[in-house]
Write a new protein. Structure first.
Length: 247
């Protein structure tokens, strides 16, 4: 009986989330962006996170010319779906609304190649790829076990070896990507003006003045200060309430 009630509640939540999401879409179509945001965020509040929901919230904030929330939600969407070109395009448009023009120093070397490969999918996607490979491996094993000829056994054995290699690659990529996301702590500046200091105190000399929408990376925390690094590798301290972390 308890299992039946749990399943019923789970199904009800799924339908409720879809209905709320659809209401958000209807509000968006009517240019009622604030109400659309409220509906989308209700979906998120129930744990139904998806790239589509964050993307739609980003679109609403973009229409309202709120640069920081727009970029923040596009970035959240991109974390869940790294290969979506529409998200990347809209994120680029939102970034053009920012005041700061911080150079991006590109990463190079073997580490960059690995990161480019693993970041092509979210770590959950890598896990599903590994599951699919596992079923394929099982199919090849069954084929190998019941094959009546040496030629077919060789084919199935070779296939098993290749699929096993794919499983190892997908699992390793998923673990690497999850660790990378966990250690990488990007944040978006939400304050209209945010002073980056040389030390974690208000009386310290200002290193640079940032504006809303700029992306930074959190390195460490001290009291109500965050040590951040910019994309041009400039570092400094910023008050924690001036930024919002993505992870």
């Amino acid at each position: 009986m308890k299992k039946t009630i749990y399943i019923f509640l789970l199904i009800s939540q799924v339908f409720w989330a879809q209905d709320t999401f659809d209401k958000g879409n209807q509000c968006y179509q009517k240019d009622n962006y604030q109400e659309a945001i409220a509906n989308y965020e209700s979906v998120l509040a129930y744990g139904k996170q998806s790239a589509e929901v964050y993307f739609n919230i980003g679109n609403c904030y973009y229409k309202l010319h709120k640069v920081a929330p727009a970029i923040y939600n596009y970035e959240k969407a991109l974390l869940l779906n790294p290969n979506d070109e529409e998200i990347k395009t809209n994120l680029d448009f939102a970034r053009k609304m920012t005041i700061d023009d911080i150079k991006i120093i590109p990463k190079v070397g073997f580490h960059k190649l690995i990161e480019d490969f693993t970041s092509s999918y979210y770590y959950d996607t890598w896990a599903w790829i590994a599951v699919v490979f596992s079923f394929v491996f099982l199919g090849f094993f069954i084929g190998y076990y019941f094959s009546g000829t040496t030629f077919k056994k060789r084919i199935y054995f070779t296939g098993m070896f290749l699929i096993l290699f794919g499983i190892v690659i997908s699992v390793s990529s998923g673990i690497y990507e999850k660790n990378r996301i966990s250690s990488d702590k990007p944040a978006i500046v939400f304050a209209e003006n945010a002073s980056v200091k040389g030390e974690p105190k208000s009386s310290s000399t200002e290193t640079i003045l940032l504006h809303e929408g700029t992306k930074v990376y959190v390195l460490e925390s001290v009291a109500n200060w965050k040590k951040v690094q910019l994309t041009d590798e400039t570092t400094g301290w910023i008050q924690e309430d001036a930024i919002k972390e993505l992870n």
